[in-house]
Write a protein that binds this ligand. Structure first.
Ligand code: ADP
Ligand code: MG
Length: 378
């Protein structure tokens, strides 16, 4: 083994002061350019302080524009200054069924719900009982809530929540977050008026807004002078092009910083940054992959390998493998989910007098996607 792998010399050209300031889940002290959104959120929770019920709010806007971080930020402030409210954050990629969400909320407020064995109605009853006894106002954040709308049964969760707040008159705050601004329009009007009393649309950041956000975070993350002059500007411009996505910008800075550390130059260059771009775009897209079920991954693999491919053909390939069986309805459900997550692209195809079909292909580079699928399938 070569000497000095961990010596002072090998690490002295740090570019990071603390790279955690660039992590996507980090909640910064300040959120520039989101004053109005933070105010609107706070406005919804303020009634709690007077012992009244909070207003339920729906947050929408494209990826990486600060929906999640703003919700978490305001709720953290609320909990730190008042003990009347406590929040639970559920990402619906992970909590993607009606019983799993109900059980998580019930457990959070002190009911004991076993992981398995209870019917959904029983979980609901336990939840209502515990809510009656609850000494604080629970606020439930359902992030990526459209993941729950993919099947009819899971979508019933919203009726459960409606029942709790409208008919049982129990105190519960609800924050729903989605990339789909049209989602509320698709909801039952009763649900909309009760669970989305307020709607807040987040606009993409402009490159100049991204620049100031990035500067703020980079100042804490990097050693002074470690960034070549144009790095922040180029990162902001690139993220501006990809729809004002701040996550892409932060991740590209992080990756560029790591590349510079590996090269041990003590300086993050625009070249390091450009090297990071290709990587990051795809990472952001593949975000949902780790939550896919086995059959979902398998279909995605088939699409990647046979693209462009018609839905009937996908079904045929899948079913030709031993032990595989897939109902038509489940196939449609999975394809809709993969499309919604941006993992596949769909094109309507006319088959002449045989009607219409849909043709599927993958949106990420095929080889990279297949490699990720392999990793997830292990
Ligand atoms: P969304 O939920 O809209 O997809 P996020 O809230 O996850 O977006 O934001 C993406 C990333 O950008 C997160 O790391 C978040 O901390 C950061 N971010 C977003 N807006 C701001 C802001 N105004 N200031 C600082 N960081 C921000
Ligand atoms: Mg989010």
């Amino acid at each position: 083994m070569p000497k000095g792998l961990f010596s002072q010399a090998a690490t002295e050209r740090n570019v990071f002061l603390d790279e955690r300031f660039l992590y996507p889940e980090f909640i910064p002290e300040k959120l520039p350019h989101r004053d109005n959104e933070l105010d609107s959120l706070a406005y919804c929770f303020r009634p709690i302080l007077q012992g009244r019920k909070p207003m339920n709010i729906f947050l929408a806007g494209p990826t990486g524009v600060g929906k999640t971080v703003c919700a978490k930020y305001v709720l953290r402030e609320l909990e730190q200054s008042h003990d009347r409210a406590k929040s639970i954050y559920l990402n619906c990629f992970e909590y993607n069924s009606r019983p799993s969400v109900l059980a998580a909320i019930a457990n959070f407020i002190g009911a004991v719900v076993p992981r398995r064995g209870l019917a959904t109605d029983e979980i609901f009853t336990k939840l209502v009982e515990s809510l009656r006894k609850c000494s604080f106002t629970p606020i439930v954040v359902l992030d990526e809530v459209d993941q729950l709308m993919l099947t009819e049964d899971n979508a019933k969760l919203l009726y459960d929540l409606l029942r709790i707040v409208e008919y049982e008159k129990l105190r519960l705050g609800i924050v729903m977050i989605s990339n789909d601004s049209e989602l509320t329009a698709k909801l039952d009007p009763r649900i909309r008026s009760s669970l989305a009393e307020q709607t807040l649309i987040f606009e993409p950041y402009t490159p100049s807004q991204l620049k100031s956000i990035l500067s703020e975070r980079a100042e804490k993350a990097f050693v002074k002078g470690a960034l070549e002059k144009d790095v922040i500007g180029v990162a902001a411009a690139n993220a501006g092009k990809s729809g004002g996505d701040c996550r892409v910008a932060l991740e590209s800075l992080l990756k560029a910083g790591r590349a510079a550390e590996r090269a041990n130059t003590g300086k993050v260059t625009v070249a390091d940054l450009k090297g990071a771009f290709a990587d990051v775009g795809a990472v952001s897209l593949l975000k949902g992959l780790k939550h896919l079920a086995k059959d979902e991954l398998e279909l995605l693999r088939i699409i990647a390998q046979s693209q462009p491919v018609l839905s009937g053909k996908i079904h045929e390939i899948y079913s030709s493998k031993k032990g595989n069986e897939l109902k038509e309805r489940r196939l449609r459900e999975i394809l809709a989910k993969l499309e919604k997550q941006g993992l596949v692209l769909v094109r309507a195809i006319s088959l002449g007098n045989m009607g219409k079909s849909k043709e599927y292909s993958v949106s990420a580079p095929k080889d990279m996607l297949l490699k990720e699928i392999d990793l997830q399938s292990k």
